[in-house]
Design a protein around this ligand. Structure first.
Ligand code: HEC
Length: 162
């Protein structure tokens, strides 16, 4: 009798351990989904939707449909980047702002668009950008890009970050 109940107890302990391992695995998975924005999920005053945490705040409010990379748009984006962004951003080194070659790997395309089109509100409200501000101690200024200009720069980033 004693033998059976200790076996049962052993089984229960085993089940609990198993359950807690799977539960942890789930949490890790969720954390990994946030990794692109390096979301500060426990920032109490973030108050942003899941979409905003991953994709930023601004005119882009849903996922963009990006087709294959368009070389004409890449060219246009490169020209605008070299006029309006190069004063603060290099491709491979930290400068006034972060290096941009890998930005497409760090952030979602929508996050990049919203940063270009709405930098001030992003600085004010988005936990990722607040962190960048603290790190770079300079504000990205609004470059008054049109949506199409920003889309062209995004295409350039997609190309150089491949
Ligand atoms: C006055 C300097 C300045 C100019 C001009 C500027 N930026 Fe920035 N940028 C920054 C700084 C500083 C940050 C980090 C802090 C912040 O977001 O304000 C930043 C952040 C960013 C980010 C955030 C994501 C990341 O991880 O790098 C993107 C994307 C970006 N800039 C793209 C651009 C593009 C594209 C242009 C040109 C249209 C541009 N910037 C012009 C200074 C600048």
């Amino acid at each position: 009798m004693k033998n059976i109940s200790s076996k049962i107890a052993g089984l229960i302990v085993f089940a609990i351990v198993l359950l807690s391992i799977t539960a942890c695995g789930g949490d890790e998975q969720k954390a990994a989904d946030f990794s692109k924005t390096k979301s500060v999920a426990n920032d109490p005053n973030a108050g942003l939707s899941q979409f905003e945490l991953e994709n930023g705040i601004g005119p882009v409010k849903q996922k963009l449909e990006l087709g294959p990379i368009d070389p004409k748009l890449v060219k246009k984006g490169e020209e605008i980047f070299n006029t309006k962004c190069i004063a603060c951003h290099k491709l491979d080194e930290r400068y006034v702002g972060p290096a941009q070659r890998d930005v497409i790997k760090r952030r979602t395309p929508e996050f990049i668009m919203n940063t270009m089109l709405n930098p001030l509100e992003m600085q004010e409200k988005h936990p990722v950008v607040k962190k960048l501000l603290a790190e770079y101690m300079t504000q990205m200024t609004n470059q008054n890009l049109s949506f199409d200009d920003a889309r062209a720069i995004l295409e350039y980033f997609r190309e150089i970050g491949k």
